[in-house]
Design a protein around this ligand. Sequence first.
Ligand code: HEC
Length: 422
Amino acid sequence: MMRKQLLLLFVLFFGLSHAQEPWQIPKQAEVMENPFSDRPGIVESGRKIYKNLCVSCHGAKGAGDTVAAAALNPKPTDFTTAIFQKQTEGSVYWKLSEGRGIMASYKNILSEEQRWSLVAYLRTLGKEPETIEKKKQDEKVISEPSIPSEGTKQNSKAKKYTNNGVDAFPFTQLVNAQTTHIIQPKGFGLTIQHRFGVTQFDEEFFRNFMGLDLSANMRFAFEIPVNEKIYLELGRTRYGKYYDFGGKYLIFQQTKDNKKPVSLVFYGNVALSTEKKIHYPKGTTFSDGRKFKYQLPHRVIYNSQFIVSRKFSDRFSFQIASVLIWRNLAPTNERNYIFAFPVSLRYKTGLVSAIDLEIAPDTYHKIIPISLAYEIASSGSHVFQITITNSNRILEQKVFTEPVQDYSKGKFILGFNLKRYF
Ligand code: HEC
C-alpha cells in the first residue's frame, strides 16, 4: 500500500508531462513589445538570470542539449533555431511568464523587467543567419493591427493577461497560514506538509536525528480551481486522522495602479476526525452534567477567516488575517471558539529563495504560535520549504486549539513543505 502511494506521489511530482501542442497565446500578448529595450545592460542582466535559472534545462548556449533534457518530455526548447527566433518577443515573454508543464511559470518569481531582460538575452542566441531577416519579416506580419473580435475566447484571455492584478504570494499557504493566492483554472495544486517530532539542542538532538526519528505529523492536500476567483481543497492529516475540505474566494485583488492597495480573500475549512475512538475516563460528563458520549458532530472543527495582503515590493509581501476557529467539542472550562490574528510575511532573499515568517497570536495560547521557513528553489510551479515551528499540528484548527512548545525552553519542531502546481 505504502509503496503504491509513494509511486503515485513520485509520478505526480516528476512524471506529469504535457503533450507538445502549440501554445495558445492571447493576441494582445503576442504583440507586446519590450518596454525596457532601451535600458543599458539589459541583455547582460538577462544573461545573468539565464545562467542561474535556465541553464540546467536549456543549456549554456540555449541549445537544449543538457543532461536534464535527456530525461524530460517534452524537451526544453532549443533557442538557437529559426523556429524559436522568428516568433515575436511578446510571445516569448508570455511563454516564460505563464509556463507549461515542466517549464515553470516565472511571473511570480521574476519581475517584469527581469522577464523582459531574459527575452532580450534569448534574442541573442539565434545562430541561423536567415533568422534576423526572417524575424523582421514575420514581426511585420504579426504586428499588423490584429483586432480580436469582441467577446471571443482569445479576447477574454488577452484581457486577463493584461489585467493589472498583483499576487502578493505565489502559493496558497505560507507555512501553516493560508495566503491570498488563488490557483488559476489551468491546473491544480498538490501540497505536502511534514512536521517531525519535538526536539531541542541537547544530547538527544543528533541521536534522534533532529527529530526525524520521532513520531511525525503530515498532511497532504489537493487544490482544485473552480474559476479565477475560487478554488477548493481536500486534505488529509495524520494526527487525528482528519479529512478536511475547504475553499478560498478572492473578493478583490491588489492592483498595480494602486487603485486597490490590498487583496482581500475569504477562506473556510471544515475538518472531520476519523480516529476510531477517543479515550476519556469513565464517568466523564458534559458541562451540564449529562453523561458524555462521543458522537459524530464532536469530530468536526471549523476554520473561517478573512485575509488582507499587500505586496510592497518585488521582494516583500505582508498579510494579516482574522481567524475564527469553532470546535464542536471543547474541554470543560474552555470555549468552543478561538480567535487568531496571524501576521505573515515573505521576504525574497534571492531569485529562487525566500524567508517566510508567521506570528499568530490567538485567544487560546499564552505562548504565541510561530513558524519560520526558508524557501529553496521556488518557482511558479514548485516550492520547497524547510520549516521551524513550535507546533507540530498543521491544520490551523489544531494549531490554534492545542498546546504549543515553549521556545523559551529551546523546544522546536523541524519539518518541510512541498508544493507543486500542475
Ligand atoms: C526544468 C527545466 C526547465 C527550466 C529550468 C527552464 N525551462 Fe524553459 N522550457 C522547458 C521545457 C521542457 C519547455 C518546453 C515546454 C513545452 O513546450 O510544453 C520549455 C519552454 C520554454 C519556452 C518556450 C519556447 C517555445 O517557443 O516553445 C521559453 C521561452 C522558455 N522555456 C524559457 C525559459 C527561461 C527564460 C528559463 C529560465 C528563467 C527557463 N525556460 C527555464 C524546461 C525548462
